[in-house]
Design a protein around this ligand. Structure first.
Ligand code: NAP
Length: 315
């Protein structure tokens, strides 16, 4: 198959250097840059065999329906809740993601948010910058992570990397998931049970229908007024109005959040809370990790065009 036979639809671009590499090897069709997307598609739809997108943008299910010869979707990111995997599987369309290469940066971010929230880093930063330190003296005392119970919702690749970092900090580890893992950590088969047990609830499960709003008002109540929530998974996993109410009313002590409903148009209510540390969905956002993720997209496409298999298949 020559370059002119390998047509790829770009729904969301990856890193510039990797886009150049793809452009040198394949015929790229920039749906992401087209103003009239339907007219653009009418000219190329039949030729598209592969599609590149990112986890944040995903792939509209109706777009998949308009590409009769689509065979493979390579997605930049580990979460694939914005791609209808069942619809792809039914059509025989293979999907790949970029697992593992982002575990360390995402787990580091989880611990960064955990410590920043418990130790009130942003409040302390403001205390120093604004001159309150010299005017009022020391900032109010915070609470330690050492000796606290960390309840991880979803002990997968990233959840385990978070646990490995939390242990040397001196935290006790527990988790909730659909199945018990071969680890020594405390297991709770019930989410309310984990919230009752934990001081800090760490969300690291996938988004999508199965986990929609599972961190609800009852879970937050069970976590209690000295409990914290850290979310590096997906905004959809938390019932956000319930979280905002819990933060406002002291139902929980605070939260560290990398992910939100309706990104990037985050609910502005969060900006009003001093007991919250915010990060704009940037847990994997280092040059090194984003390059490694982009390389996995390039490698998945190369392998698929070579022998029809994928480096990191989802379905
Ligand atoms: P993974 O290895 O597949 O782990 C997911 C874990 O969640 C598994 O332990 C799984 O365990 C559990 N789980 C699955 N469905 C569940 C459910 N319905 N209820 C409770 N637990 C469930 O995935 P990963 O690589 O660690 O990534 C996890 C998620 O992190 C991704 O899906 C993505 O959404 C998010 N993420 C966010 C960022 C960011 O920038 N903030 C970056 C990377 C990833 P069981 O099967 O035993 O339940």
């Amino acid at each position: 198959m020559s370059r002119s036979d390998k047509h790829i639809l770009v729904v969301s671009a990856i890193r510039p250097r990797h886009m150049e590499e793809l452009a040198a090897k394949y015929e790229l069709h920039r749906w992401d840059q087209a103003t009239d997307k339907d007219a653009f598609l009418a000219n190329v739809a039949d030729r598209i065999a592969a599609l590149v997108s990112t986890a944040g943008v995903g792939v509209p299910t109706e777009l998949i329906g308009k590409l009769p010869n689509l065979r493979v979707i390579t997605s930049f990111g580990v979460g694939y809740d914005a791609i209808d995997i069942a619809a792809c599987t039914a059509r025989g369309i293979r999907v790949s993601n970029t697992p593992d290469v982002l575990n360390d940066d995402v787990a580091d971010t989880a611990i960064m948010l955990l410590l920043a929230t418990l130790r009130r880093l942003v409040v302390g930063d403001h205390w120093a910058r604004s001159g309150q330190w010299s005017e009022k003296g020391a900032m109010p005392l915070t609470t330690t992570a050492r000796g606290k119970k960390l309840g991880i919702v979803g002990l997968g690749r990233i959840g385990q990397a978070i646990a490995a970092r939390a242990e040397p900090i001196g935290m006790e580890i527990g988790y909730f998931g659909r199945s018990k893992k071969p680890v020594d950590y405390h297991y709770e088969a019930d989410l309310i049970g984990l919230a009752n047990w934990a001081d800090v609830l760490m969300i690291s499960c996938p988004g999508g229908a199965a986990t929609q709003g599972i961190i609800n008002a009852d879970v937050l109540k069970a976590l209690g007024p000295r409990g914290f929530v850290i979310n590096i998974a997906r905004g959809s996993v938390i019932d956000e109005p319930a979280l905002i109410a819990a933060l406002r009313d002291g139902v929980i002590a605070g939260a560290g959040l990398d992910v939100f409903h309706n990104e990037p148009h985050m609910d502005r209510a969060f900006a009003e809370f001093e007991n919250v540390v915010l990060y704009p969905h940037n847990a994997s956002g280092t040059v090194e990790t984003r390059d490694a993720m982009a390389q996995m997209v390039v490698d998945n496409l190369a392998q698929w065009f070579a022998d029809g298999t994928l480096v990191s298949p989802v379905n």
